[in-house]
Design a binder for this molecule. Structure first.
Ligand SMILES: *Cc1c(COP(=O)(O)O)cnc(C)c1O
Length: 403
């Protein structure tokens, strides 16, 4: 830490940033200047293995040539039309995303939070128009420990006090139940329930993997009670957990899937909601929209991002490398480690103590990761990482966790 702050140029950058910017983040003090694949370089030319991947937004690796190629090519053609007019990139993106994820229809947005808001609006409209819930009475069941974004509605049903205290009045219409408990979901269902909204693995909460069979049991509950199953796969989707969707681990098909993060290939915010034709048709012209959603630049980038995941077999690679990394982490048998969990390359290493100092020590050795929920280190390198990269990182992780 001190060695980085000693460098006057870097210290100067940090001071200027903190003097003018909001202080809503507490970043590790490493100032990244350049990146390629799984690696990033700081302003002094020091190299680091990125083991966070911008919270899984960089699954394809930094500055993937094919994605940057799509971006620069499209940037010189046309970037924004608004949806008042059509653009010639949307159809191909829609075909690619629906074919690869096996859904009938899609609506494009920009950020993850917006896509979750979109899914909530869709579920509410479905409740009123299809399920017959009285106007303004729809309820959505959500999970303890959830993270779905930072809008006022989404923080309204967070279980984190800091996320919502002082940001009220909160949006009603959400009921929270313990994560991983299908019986609790069933018990919370009323005639006004529209949907259940969940993450197949809770990333922000500390990489919490629900008990085996939870997704299937939830599917069964939703079917029996005729409510929608909405999977927020913004962090877990697009290969991160070793499958296209984390729900694929239990061969479960949600009614609505939310994508974001890696859909933009780490270069541009693109999100989307996928569903059946029938459900998506509830949106009529004027019901919902976004100035930037579905713009030609976003469509070109998202299509390339999906093609890279597919052509480079990145979901399978995440599965294999994830098994390897978790195996090696277990083998360290560090007395500092309380639990190791995850699927594919979404891995949480829970420590007995605060994780921040260990993340700082790792940074000093050239491995970038970030604590989540105080005691958990989230390890989620880009899916293009090699086994040699992981061995390199593991040497350093071992050094830090030796105890
Ligand atoms: C990151 C994330 C979001 C929010 O996405 P933004 O692009 O930051 O708005 C929502 N849900 C999950 C599961 C996420 O990981």
């Amino acid at each position: 830490m001190t060695q980085i702050l000693d460098h006057s140029g870097t210290a100067h950058l940090l001071r200027r940033e903190d003097a003018l910017g909001a202080h809503n983040y507490k970043p590790l003090d490493v100032v990244i200047h350049r990146a390629q694949g799984a690696w990033v370089w700081d302003t002094d030319g020091r190299r680091y293995l990125d083991c966070l991947s911008a919270y899984s937004a960089v699954n394809q690796g930094h500055c993937h040539p094919r994605i940057i190629g799509a971006l620069t090519q499209q940037a010189q053609q046309v970037t924004l039309t608004s949806r008042a007019f059509r653009n010639d990139r949307l159809a191909a993106f829609y075909e690619t995303v629906t074919r690869l994820l096996n859904f009938e229809a899609v609506i494009p947005m920009n950020t993850g939070a917006e896509a979750v808001e979109t899914a909530i609006k869709l579920a509410r409209k479905w409740a009123y128009q299809v399920r017959g819930v009285p106007r303004d009475q729809a309820q959505i069941i959500v999970m303890d420990g959830n993270f779905h974004g930072r809008t006022t509605t989404l923080v309204s049903f967070s279980s984190e006090a800091q996320y919502k205290e002082d940001f009220g009045p909160l949006t009603p219409g959400f009921v929270r139940v313990p994560y991983g408990d299908a019986a609790a979901i069933e018990a919370a269902i009323t005639p006004n329930t529209a949907a259940v909204l969940f993450e197949p693995i809770q990333g922000e909460a500390g990489v919490i993997v629900p008990p085996e069979g939870f997704l299937r049991a939830m599917r069964d509950v939703c079917d029996r009670h005729g409510i929608l199953m909405i999977a927020d796969e913004i962090q877990t989707g697009l290969g991160r957990t070793g499958r296209w969707l984390a729900c694929d681990h239990e061969q479960v098909r949600p009614d609505v899937v939310i994508l974001g993060k890696a859909l933009g290939g780490g270069v541009y915010p693109v999100s989307a909601v996928l569903s059946s034709r029938e459900i998506m048709n509830l949106f009529r012209p004027g019901d919902h929209g976004s100035t930037f959603g579905g713009n030609p630049l976003a469509a070109a980038v998202a299509q390339a991002s999906l093609e890279v995941l597919n052509d480079e077999n990145l979901p399978a690679r995440a599965d294999e490398l994830g098994r390897y990394l978790r195996g090696r982490l277990h083998a360290l048998a560090s007395p500092l480690v309380k639990d190791i969990r995850g699927r594919g390359l979404l891995i949480g290493v829970e420590l007995h103590a605060a994780a921040r100092p260990y993340c700082e020590a790792l940074r000093d050795l050239g491995v970038l990761c970030k604590e989540t929920h105080e005691t958990t280190m989230r390890l989620a390198p880009p899916l293009v990482t090699t086994r040699e990269d992981l061995d390199w990182a593991l040497e350093r992780i071992e050094q830090v966790l030796r105890g």
